[in-house]
Design a protein around this ligand. Structure first.
Ligand code: ADP
Ligand code: ZN
Length: 439
């Protein structure tokens, strides 16, 4: 493709020199520190780190003077501990998917939302989306950013958006066919499912105008991308995001699909060794640390995403100067992503611990059943419960399943085990086995 055909939303900033980008980053970082000092949460931490004013930051690398922030910190700051503007200025909140208990919430002003939409519109444009596209968003609407934040970005780009949300495949297909959907946004697992659904619904691929899919929210391999591309005959783009960073589109593939550009005028990225928290050399894998620069209502400084990736060295053929990151190879914590929903083993444990008749040991297995993930929880019961009637044990099983479903939004299969039958591992307990090879 000739260089003039590469689509840009804002060519000037997307191709800015490193020097120009760093100038924007420095101003943004100072602003975040200034905002941080206005929040109960960061004020103490920044002052403890010796930062009492944004003037302490004179270059981008001074970011290393600032403390890291974790997901648990965000829970601690719930509900408004990270608010840096008067409450009346907040126009929307979002929260991380699947995690209940204390959720991690973000708040946005109207200007923050405009910038989030602009980032998403920029990403979609980079992937070749235009105002003539008809974009069907098959991600869940609600607190999850993959719904609304993607939606507003696609609208801002000028596309026609069909907010079908997730599920109801028959209706999805009907809309795709009747309205001539050209781009869809869905999880990789759903895209695989869609192929089979199109065939079993008796539609032919010629009935559809589909040309691209945007996918993300869960790890997937290059092989899976190729498989979906081959089966559906479309281009598939990888999109990275998380609610803490305003949702999808913080990193996105351009038409060359050779790694995801991180929008560095809006986010500062660092890649560190997760043990030492020291930066790793460019090209080496480590934990991605992000600082958001495009949000006033809620600063988030040096956020530990727990996602493992590396910077792809060299420049992209598209001419963008914003550096690219590779597909994620895993996480540094025990969070599982099951059919797109984030699940922590501690949430399962929480249900077991509060249930009478349940013993101390449990074991979680996650595997692939067809294109979907399936979670099984083996649970040891107490000797008293084991001696009880089969009906009582059956009721316990149902109750555990329901309570877990209420907490994590997916229904695991529960297998009741007799006391002492789950082996106790020596040293650190291994309670999870993930049998899914990345598809
Ligand atoms: P989501 O519901 O989209 O997963 P959350 O904010 O709840 O949003 O979770 C964000 C996490 O999802 C990320 O930290 C990462 O682990 C995972 N994720 C999001 N996009 C991708 C992607 N393209 N590839 C791999 N993992 C992803
Ligand atoms: Zn590119």
């Amino acid at each position: 493709m000739a260089e003039q055909d590469v689509p840009f939303r804002d060519k000037k900033i997307e191709t800015a020199s490193r020097e120009e980008l760093e100038k924007v980053q420095l101003a943004g970082l100072k602003k975040q520190v200034e905002n941080g000092l206005k929040t109960p949460f960061y004020r103490d931490r920044l002052i403890k780190a010796g930062i009492t004013s944004p003037d302490a930051i004179t270059k981008v690398s001074d970011i290393r003077l600032l403390p890291f922030t974790t997901k648990n910190d965000l829970r601690e700051a719930y509900p408004f501990g990270l608010l840096a503007v008067p409450k009346e200025e907040v126009v929307r909140i979002h929260a991380s998917s699947g995690t209940t208990g204390t959720p991690t919430v973000i708040y946005l002003t109207q200007n923050d939302l405009n910038l989030a939409s602009d980032t998403m519109a920029r990403s979609l444009t980079a992937a070749g989306g235009t105002r003539s596209d008809i974009i069907q968003n098959m991600m869940t609407y609600g607190l999850f950013t993959g719904g609304l934040c993607f939606h507003y970005g696609a609208e801002l780009m000028g596309a026609m958006v069909i907010p079908t949300s997730a599920g109801n495949t028959i209706r999805q297909l009907k809309f795709m066919k009747d309205f001539g959907t050209t781009i869809i946004h869905a999880t990789p697992s759903y895209l695989l499912h869609l192929h089979a659904a199109i065939e079993s619904a008796g539609y032919s691929f010629e009935d559809l105008k589909l040309r691209k899919a945007i996918t993300g929210a869960e790890p997937h391999s290059e092989e899976l991308r190729c498989k979906i591309q081959d089966k559906l005959g479309i281009e598939v783009y990888n999109c990275y995001g998380m609610s803490e960073m305003n949702g999808p589109g913080l990193a996105f593939e351009c038409i060359y699909r050779a790694g995801m550009h991180v929008w560095e005028d809006r986010y500062i990225m660092e890649i560190v060794n997760p043990e030492t928290l020291e930066p790793v050399p460019d090209g080496e894998t480590g934990e991605l640390i992000l600082t958001i620069l495009c949000r006033d209502a809620m600063p988030l400084i040096r956020y530990r995403t727990r996602d493992l990736t590396r910077i792809i060295p060299g420049t992209c053929e598209c001419g963008r100067t914003h550096r690219r990151i590779a597909r994620f190879t895993g996480r540094t914590d025990d969070m599982l992503i099951i059919n797109g929903v984030n699940v922590f083993p501690s949430q399962i444990e929480e249900v077991l611990l509060r249930t009478h008749g349940v013993g101390a040991s449990y074991f979680i297995t996650v595997e692939k059943k067809g294109v979907l993930d399936k979670m099984t929880v083996q649970v040891e019961i107490t000797p008293e419960m084991f001696a009880d009637d089969a009906r009582v044990i059956h009721a316990l099983k149902d109750r555990l399943c329901q309570e877990m479903a209420a907490l994590i939004t997916i229904r695991p299969t529960i297998i009741i085990k007799q006391p002492g039958s789950i082996p106790i591992s020596e040293g650190k307990a291994k309670r999870v086995e993930d049998l899914r090879n990345l598809p």
